[in-house]
Structures are given as structure tokens and as C-alpha cells.
Design a protein around this ligand. Sequence first.
Ligand SMILES: C[S@@+](CC[C@H](N)C(=O)[O-])C[C@H]1O[C@@H](n2cnc3c(N)ncnc32)[C@H](O)[C@@H]1O
Length: 292
Amino acid sequence: MVRRELFEECVSLLEKSGNEDAAFDTTCIFEDILEERHPLFSPLSQVPSDKERTIRSLAERRSEGYPLQYLLGKWEFFGYPFAVGEGVLIPRPDTEALCELAIEICRKEQLSSPRIMDLCSGSGCLAITLKKELPLAQVTAAELSEKALPFLKENIKLNDAQVELVQGDVTDPQLAAAHAGLDMIVSNPPYLTAEEMASLQTEVTHEPAMALDGGRDGLDFYRAIAKIWRSSLKEGGWICFEFGDKQHEDVGKILAENGFENITFRRDLAGIVRCAAAKRSGGPNNGKEGTC
Ligand SMILES: C[S@@+](CC[C@H](N)C(=O)[O-])C[C@H]1O[C@@H](n2cnc3c(N)ncnc32)[C@H](O)[C@@H]1O
């Protein structure tokens, strides 16, 4: 079969399944399997029969709602390649806003070799990008999931990034105590509410629940991290969080209650308030008890 004919067949299959990005997804599958950019520049080339079978089976899987990124086994974040698959959250473009915010702060504050900790690191997209963009930074990535860790390790190698890896529970005060003197914490923790967890889109059901579930109101990790990790930051150190749509007021409140100031918010490309940065104030938690 020639490329154009197979392409049209796959696009039509995806469109019938309700996929709004059918042509884009099919192009990604073609590029991956034919190992060529712009495969439709030669629309009348024959597709070898083994590749035709593979393309068809990937398109079928995609039409059943299996994530494109898992089918391809890789995805780009901030222009860097990341290996992905079942067990690790697919890096989202929204998260680039958090990366930009963290980089901007490090540059503006002239932190020449900042100590940065990425809590809930998953694929390592934040930790690795920060290390690539701020080469003098000392970056540590903390992640608990046994299934995510192999991807994190692979991505550190793939990007030739010197990122230290720690397996641990970010809600464990001992882990925080072992990492004192940080200039910055970045975190995109699980933040879906119990209600959202009960009505996930088909595609998202293939991603690990552990990467999504933020407790009843979605805010468990913000409470725990703001309280437990505050004293791991130097005085004047920064915390940068990503969160979900309409969570900014609650996250801002949690930060203020836990002794953070200069709280600023940033929107993502879709215009949603997506992340916040705040500075650790002086003194022992402003004299207030943290909320947890
Ligand atoms: C929303 S994902 C974010 C992954 C990655 N930082 C990103 O932005 O794509 C949250 C991550 O937190 C991890 N996680 C969940 N509970 C954790 C815990 N108690 N301690 C450490 N990591 C945890 C999950 O395995 C998942 O990789």
C-alpha cells in the first residue's frame, strides 16, 4: 500500500473514534515507524508490509484511547527528549510554565549555582530541564514510584544531565530533613480531587493513579510539602508549585499559612493560572503553625 492511502485509512479510523487530532497523531506514528520527518512528502512510496502492519496496529490502539505518547515511547518537553511509558506521567506542555518561572527566578535572583530539589519528579522533565538550562545548578530529583524510577534514570542518561536521584516519600519529614540548605524547590505533585479521579478521560486512565491522586480536595501534597519542606529551604529560598485549574487561591493560602511570602502566580499557554512561586520568609514559620 502507498503511504497516502494508509495515512488516509488511519486518519479515518482515528476520526471515527472521536480523536480531534487524528492527522497529527497519524503523522507522529508514521514518522516514528518510517523513521522519517515529513513522510507524506513522498505520498506514493510503498510502505513495507511489516511497517504497514505496525502502523495499523498502533493506529488501532490509538483509536481505543491509548495515549499516543506511550505508543511512541517518547515525548518532548521544553525541546528535550523524554522516554515515557506505562508507570510514568506523560510530561505536559502546561508544566513548561513552571519550568520557565523557576528559571526566571534563578536568573533574576542571580543564583549562580542554586541547589534545587524537584519533588514528585516522575519522568524527570522538570529536574532534567532545569539542569540543562542552568548548568551550574545542583539538581536533585525525588520520586517514590518503583515504576516511574526506571524512566527517570533513563531520561537522566538520555539527556546527559547530572541530576541526583533519590527514591523517597516527599511527605516523609526525614527525607526533607536530609536535604537542608536548598535554594529552590520545584514540584508538580498529584493534584486531582477524589471527584476528578472518579471521572477520568479514557486516555488518562492509562496513566498511574499515584501521579494524579491529590486526596479528597486535591491539595494533600501542597499542605504536606509546604509544611515539611519549608525548613529545608534557605531563608529567602523559593518554592515553585504547579497546580490544577482553579486551585491557585487554595495553594496561595497554604503557602501564606506556612510562612511563605512574595507569592506570585503564572498562567499557562491556555490562560489558566497554573503555577505559583513564593519565598521562604525569615524566622520560624512567621510564628505560625503550618497547615497539614
Ligand atoms: C503529577 S506527577 C508529576 C511528574 C513530573 N514532575 C511532571 O511534571 O510530569 C506526580 C509524581 O509524584 C509521584 N509521587 C506520588 N506520591 C509521591 C510521594 N509520596 N513521594 C514522592 N513522589 C510521589 C508520582 O509517582 C508522580 O511521578
